[in-house]
Design a protein around this ligand. Sequence first.
Ligand code: HCB
Length: 218
Amino acid sequence: MNEQELMEAAAAAIVAADEEKAVDLARQALELGLDPVKVINLGYSEGMKQVGDLFERGQVFLPEVIIASEAMVAAVDILEEGLPEAEKEKTAGIAVLGTIEGDVHDIGKGIVATLLRVYGFEVHDLGRDVPLDDFVAKVKETGAHIVGSSALMTTTMVGQRTLEQKLKDAGLRDKVKTMVGGAVVTQHWADKIGADGYAEDAQEAVQKAIEIAETMRG
Ligand code: HCB
C-alpha cells in the first residue's frame, strides 16, 4: 500500500467507524515510515470531516459520530508514538490551550497540544468545555506567551471573542498572543475578533506559535 492509498483507507476507516481497521492502518503507516502528522491531517482528519458532512445531512447519527471519533482517537494515539520525543528543555514558549466553554469537541485541540509539546512548548492543556475565566487565570498564573482556543460550533466560537475582551479587562492582552482554531473558525473570524493568529490544522498551529513566540522574545 502506498502513501496515498493508506491515507484514503484511513479516511474510509473513520467513515466506517471501524476502530480495528483505523488502528491497524496507523501501525502500518509507522512501519512504512510515513509522517504521522501528514497521516493525521490528510487521512484520519479527512475522514472525520466526511463524518461531519454525513451527520449534517442526516445520513449518520450521533452514536456513529461518537464511535468514529473513538476510532480516530485510538489511531492518533498510535501515530503519536511515531512522533519525536517531546523536547525535555521546553524553551520554545509557554502555551495555554483549551476548548471554549459549552463545547466538548477536543480531538483537534489534543493534537495541537501534542505537536506543540513535540516542538518544545510548555503546554497547559485545560481540556474541553473550559470556562473563559479559567483561560485568563491560567495565562496570569503561567505568564503564557500564547493562548490557543478551540471552537467547533457556531454557538461556542463567540466565546473566543469574549475571551479577547476578558484578557483585555484583566490587563493581559498586550502580554499574551491569541490563536484560534476549530472546524467552524476561519482567518476572517480571527481578524474580526482581533485574534493574533488562526491555524487550520495542528501543523500550522505549531508554525504560528513558533512565529508568535519569536516575535515576543524580540
Ligand atoms: Co460534533 N459537531 N457535536 N461531535 N462533531 C461538529 C463539530 C459539526 C460541525 C457537525 C455538523 O453538523 N456538520 C457540528 C457543529 C455545527 C455548528 O455549530 N456549525 C457538531 C454538533 C452540532 C455536535 C453536537 C451539538 C451534536 C448533538 O449533540 N446534537 C454535540 C456537541 C455537544 C457540545 O459540545 N456541547 C456534538 C458532539 C460530538 C461528539 C462528542 C460525538 C464528537 C466529539 C468527540 C471529541 O471531540 N472528543 C463530535 C465530532 C467528532 C464532530 C466532527 C464530526 C469532527 C470533529 C473532529 O474531531 N475533527 C465535527 C464535524 C467537522 O468538524 N467537520 C462535528 C477532527 C479534528 C482533528 O479536527 O477541526 O477539531 P479539528 O481540529 C484541527 C483544526 O481545527 C486545528 O487543528 C486541529 C488538528 O489538525 N485546531 C486548532 C483545532 N483547535 C485549534 C486551536 C488552535 O488554537 C489552533 C488550531
